[in-house]
Design a protein around this ligand. Structure first.
Ligand code: GLU
Length: 374
């Protein structure tokens, strides 16, 4: 490991498990304040943080009066009761810093369906621009069994991928990955650094967290999360959260496992856009728009001359000059029919034609990759 990865990161996703948030089904206010203090230190030095917090079920269940929650709908009801309690506890923790928290509940749909993914990302970007702390949880009360993450480790990794984070921190009750389960094997070896995420690590991750009864993520899900982050060029840190300095400890000598991919979020995103998505249509653009794209701008409707193919918002499309030369690829924020009606228009005229206020760009600059796309 070289350098201080915590201080070096620009956009962080921090995941906190139920055992950190709740004890005896009540919020752990003192710890949440320690966390808020560390998050505030990061924000003050210009870093952006998205918090992924579990604890809705843990905080809600005692209010349900059914004892242990056996049925899925009981858990979902507990989450519905607990989620506002979770937000209230987090809001209290940040109050002395005058920092706003914002609840964003996601289902697997938002992270796996590009159309919805674009919306969720735009919301998170707006919250980060407003210097708020977005607090994400799975929308447990509506997510159905086969369509839910069930653990926030992988949800946090998907969020890291969505917002282009460069660091994912999984705060847990174990200080990282071991060669075997340290609670059973006295010879278990702590692994501080991984820069080659081979399948061997999945073998090592056997044995669940001691708190698996409270939260749902064991080492296996943490490693699965790290793998998602890895493909997105995002580093992962796994460490103990229950410390006086839950985040700052990562800049010190405290034990952790760091999983560091060879790519950056930017290069991973470019590779994903150029390599993995088959184009469903074409946007033909004028010379002015083509040169604006070269200097890093988004593609606006005014620069679009024509559209080919039938596609929906969120589709991958080729971006071509009027002579047919393909100059790049991107994810479109509008489907064919809308683009046909707004092509060539200035942004302020778009809402009247569309009948709703859509995104200003047809393809956002973060969703464009330029160059000779195979
Ligand atoms: N979404 C669940 C909750 O808030 C927790 C999932 C997990 O523990 O990873 O209770």
């Amino acid at each position: 490991m070289t350098g201080d990865y915590l201080a070096d990161s620009k956009r962080l996703v921090v995941k906190i498990g139920s055992a950190l948030v709740a004890n005896d089904d009540k919020p752990r206010h003192a710890w949440l304040e320690l966390l808020a203090k560390d998050i505030e230190t990061c924000l003050q030095r210009g870093q952006e943080i998205v918090l992924v917090s579990s604890g809705a079920v843990a905080l809600g269940r005692r209010h349900l009066g059914t004892g242990s929650l056996k049925k899925l709908e009981e858990k979902q009801a507990a989450a519905a009761v607990g989620q506002p309690l979770l937000m209230a506890a987090l809001s209290d923790a940040f109050a002395s810093h005058k920092r706003g928290v914002a609840q964003v509940l996601l289902t697997i749909d938002e992270t796996e369906n590009r159309r919805r993914w674009l919306n969720a990302r735009a919301t998170l970007d707006a919250l980060l621009a407003a210097k708020m702390v977005p607090v994400i949880n799975e929308n447990d009360s509506v997510a159905t069994d086969e369509l839910r993450y069930g653990d926030n480790d992988r949800l946090a990794a998907r969020v890291a991928q969505m917002v282009g984070a460069d660091l994912l921190i999984l705060l847990s009750d174990i200080d990282g990955l071991y060669s075997s389960d340290p609670r059973r094997d006295p010879d278990a070896r702590h692994i501080p650094f991984i820069d080659d995420l081979s399948a061997d690590y999945d073998q090592m991750a056997g044995g669940r967290n001691a708190t698996a009864g409270v939260g749902s993520g064991g080492m296996v899900t943490k490693l699965a999360a790290a793998r998602i982050a890895w493909t997105a060029g995002c580093r992962t840190a796994i460490t103990i959260g229950d410390r006086d300095h839950p985040l700052m400890a990562l800049s010190g000598a405290e034990k952790a496992t760091w999983i560091v991919p060879p790519t950056t979020p930017e290069t991973a995103r470019q590779a994903w856009l150029s390599g993995h998505l088959s184009p469903e249509g074409k946007l033909i653009i004028d010379a002015g728009a083509a040169s604006a794209l070269q200097s890093g701008a988004s593609l606006l409707a005014v620069g679009v001359i024509d559209v080919e193919g039938q596609f929906e918002r969120g589709a991958a499309v080729e971006i071509c000059r009027a002579d047919g030369q393909v100059i790049g690829k991107g994810l479109t924020a509008y489907g064919t029919a809308d683009i046909q009606s707004i092509a060539g228009l200035q942004s302020d005229a778009m809402a009247n034609i569309l009948g709703y206020r859509g995104r200003p760009a047809i393809v956002h600059r973060d969703d464009i990759v330029l160059g000779n796309i195979a």
